[in-house]
Design a protein around this ligand. Structure first.
Ligand code: SF4
Ligand code: SF4
Length: 349
């Protein structure tokens, strides 16, 4: 059962500062107008009112670049060593869309195949979610099964209440942490938290967004299940530049490449780094065959992955409505418009 508490802003800063004594604290920090999730030594630096981070917090569990192992040739034999992982951490300030994206990544890295780099970080990290205080013009979490005060995916969830916060301990890890630092919290109740979530969500969803029309994702999914080749993908691909920024900033995208770098003939390292299905060479095989040779295939793959493949494999859509790609695509390719277009094409079939 959830533990229901309140915490003042001053106490929250002190609580987070206390956590830095025996854990790494990763939190949103604003630098040059961009908010990023970074290791924080001084909890006073945290931005509590940010709308969206530039790079999603997936980068804590699945870094943009990470060493898998290093190697060294000694007396005719290769010696391998794996890097030590960061240890106990708290990931603070994750908004509901990004919380949901971590739930979408879990079955990829911790499912049929375990990725111990991801799984170790995930196991050693307590996630403190933070409800949104405003809805951005590119946000559409509430159209893809989420909401600005949805707590799923957090160990502790904080609901902003005009300066202070209501706090829910939702998992054993979260509840233990609240109990350990109970001096910073005062009592609340499930009724108060439910009321604040309901009323807060109503208030937030009245804010203007750039969203037009109603979504019917079940209809889009059924259409994509039945229609692979449609002229729409080719038309859309004429606009796409293939820059890959949408996939780099998407909190659910998880393509990666692996490269070996030899520093000398005797030693080197194997690195994993983010890659993008929007790049021409991503699916290029050693023999020269490329199953996605044109932009049409690559653009189609991105949106099938968001609205069909991830759902087929894991029962969750691969888009959480964070709006990052809407904001950053240089040619305004917007998944909200794609959904509406596909609904229209489906209606004309
Ligand atoms: S597809 Fe775009 S809006 Fe959807 S989760 Fe990815 S970056 Fe966010
Ligand atoms: S950001 Fe836009 S132009 Fe760049 S690959 Fe994605 S859809 Fe194409």
């Amino acid at each position: 059962m959830a533990v229901c508490k309140k915490i003042t802003k001053d106490n929250l800063v002190q609580f987070l500062q206390e956590l830095t004594k025996d854990r790494i604290l990763i939190a949103p920090v604003r630098e040059h107008e961009l908010v990023s999730f970074s290791p924080v030594a001084d909890a006073g630096q945290i931005d509590f009112a940010f709308q969206n981070s530039f790079v999603p917090p997936k980068s804590w569990f699945f870094p943009q670049t990470e060493q898998i192992f290093s190697f060294r040739l000694e007396e005719g034999k290769y010696e391998l060593s794996t890097p030590s992982l960061p240890g106990e951490a708290v990931l603070f300030g994750v908004h509901p869309c990004d919380l949901k994206s971590i739930l979408a990544l879990d079955p990829v890295f911790d499912g049929k195949f375990d990725d111990n780099y991801y799984c170790d970080r995930r196991k050693n990290t307590i996630i403190i979610g933070l409800g949104c205080q405003s809805v951005g013009r590119n946000c559409f979490c509430f159209k893809v099964g989420g909401g600005p005060l949805e707590s799923n995916g957090s160990d502790i969830f904080l609901i902003p209440t005009g300066g202070d916060f209501l706090a829910e301990g939702l998992t054993d890890k979260g509840t233990e942490l609240i109990n350990k630092y109970s001096r910073f919290f005062s009592d609340s109740s499930a009724e108060q938290i439910d009321k604040e979530k309901r009323e807060g969500t109503d208030r937030l969803l009245k804010q203007p967004t750039g969203l037009k029309g109603d979504f019917n994702l079940a209809k889009v999914k059924a259409f994509l299940d039945a229609n692979y080749e449609i002229p729409y993908w080719e038309e859309l691909s004429y606009r796409c530049l293939g820059c890959g920024i949408c996939t780099y900033l998407c909190p659910t995208c998880h393509c990666f490449d692996i490269n070996d770098y030899a520093r000398s003939g005797l030693e080197g390292e194997r690195i994993r780094c983010w890659d993008s299905c929007q790049f021409k060479d991503f699916t290029l095989m050693a023999g020269g065959h490329n199953p996605r040779p044109s932009k049409k295939e690559r653009v189609r793959n991105r949106f099938l992955h968001k609205f069909k493949y991830h759902e087929d494999r894991y029962g969750l859509f691969g888009c959480v409505g964070c709006g990052r790609c809407v904001q950053k695509c240089p040619v305004n390719i917007d998944p909200r418009k794609i959904i509406l277009d596909l609904q229209e094409v489906a209606g004309n079939e």
